[in-house]
Design a protein around this ligand. Structure first.
Ligand code: TXA
Ligand code: MG
Length: 331
């Protein structure tokens, strides 16, 4: 299968291209598209056969459920049982990088939720994602548009690297804004729990919800978020996490192997000139670190780096999500 790519203006996407993408979705095909977090691989969420094509293209285990994307808050009641808490949070953070876990309604097939009685729902902010859902006139199930286990795609080229020839269409909206997947918030438990940290933090949710629990970064034996048990975001090389002060020592230890080093701009001075550096931004610019991290991990694969030394960040704000992805990548 040839993968067609339409380059779209993210702020003013061409309607004819969107209509063609929507037509494919309505026919039961899959389409890759940008969201503000990462690129997604979508299918109409109420069509189990179409949803099966997502799992096939990604090589995704069938027991890992998908997020259903909607364009307006009113559409929430069509697919899930949402209580007042859910609407409060949705009103505050949608459209945006927050996914809510809620009891599912029957229109959502088990293929989407991997047999769970709950469904993950998100209303993305990206204009192309919004316009695509509207043009399709149906909720769209979409995981990240990568081969299962690889870092999530933050650019159209990442999607092509993984899925060219396996999907009919990719909407290229340029590099995404955030670069890490959405915060997943479980609203089915008595005390809301963040199952996957993202740009929306526990501190931001607490004023609305009271106490918010944070799932441990190490996977439990019976994870409440099925995705937690899978190695994710992993490049081929072995990742070594290092504090700023230890970067030079870590590089010395692996120097024979010509490791890649992913770090802040300021830390480059701690390393010899011959080191292979991938700079993510200026120290403390977590937005840049998050946005560039998955591109950096993919670059390490391109360079066939056997070892990848990565500078740790403080676990505050977006740093919680960054360290969560880094720890998952080290497994
Ligand atoms: O930012 C994002 O969330 C992106 C864009 C495309 O929206 N999507 C994304 O999807 O990251 P995916 O499939 O790569 O990650 C979804 C995560 C997985 O860890 C999955 O296990 C979890 O959400 N999940 C989905 N449905 C769930 C449910 N009913 N209960 C608990 N966890 C669920
Ligand atoms: Mg994913």
């Amino acid at each position: 299968m040839e993968t067609i790519v339409y380059q779209l203006d993210a702020l003013n996407p061409d309607q004819a291209c969107l209509d063609q993408a929507a037509a494919l979705l309505k026919e039961g095909q899959v389409v890759a598209f940008p969201t503000e977090t990462v690129y997604g691989l979508g299918a109409v969420a109420t069509n189990a056969e179409a949803v099966a094509k997502i799992f096939q293209a990604k090589g995704r285990p069938a027991d890992n459920p998908l997020i259903v994307h909607i364009a307006q808050i009113q559409e929430l009641e069509e697919i899930a049982y949402a209580d007042q808490r859910a609407y409060q949070v949705a009103e505050a953070f949608w459209p945006g990088p927050l996914t809510l876990i809620l009891p599912k309604k029957d229109v959502i097939p088990e293929a989407v939720t991997a047999g769970l009685s709950t469904v993950a729902v998100r209303m993305p902010a990206h204009p192309i994602a919004q316009a695509l859902i509207k043009a399709t006139g149906a909720p769209i199930a979409a995981p990240s548009a990568n081969i299962s286990g690889k870092p999530s795609p933050t650019q159209a080229q990442h999607v092509l690297d993984d899925l060219a020839g396996k999907i009919p269409l990719l909407l290229d909206g340029g590099t995404v804004e955030i670069g890490l997947e959405s915060t997943v918030l479980d609203l089915c438990s008595v005390i809301p729990q963040i199952l996957r940290p993202g740009k929306i933090t526990a501190q931001e949710l607490t004023p609305l919800l009271g106490r918010v629990l944070q799932a441990p970064s190490q996977a439990p034996l019976q994870p409440s978020c099925p995705g937690m048990k899978y190695a994710h975001y992993a490049p081929q090389g072995q990742i070594i996490l290092s504090q700023t002060g230890q970067l030079s020592q870590a590089w010395q230890k692996y120097r024979q192997e010509n490791p890649c080093v992913i770090c802040w701009e300021e830390s480059s001075q701690l390393l010899p000139e011959e080191a292979n550096l991938i700079i993510l931004g200026h120290r403390g610019d977590y937005t840049a670190y998050a946005k560039n991290l998955f591109t950096a991990l993919r670059l390490c694969d391109t360079c066939q780096a056997s070892y990848i030394i990565i500078e740790e960040v403080a676990e505050e704000g977006l740093g919680v999500a960054i360290m969560n992805r880094l720890r998952k990548a080290t497994r």
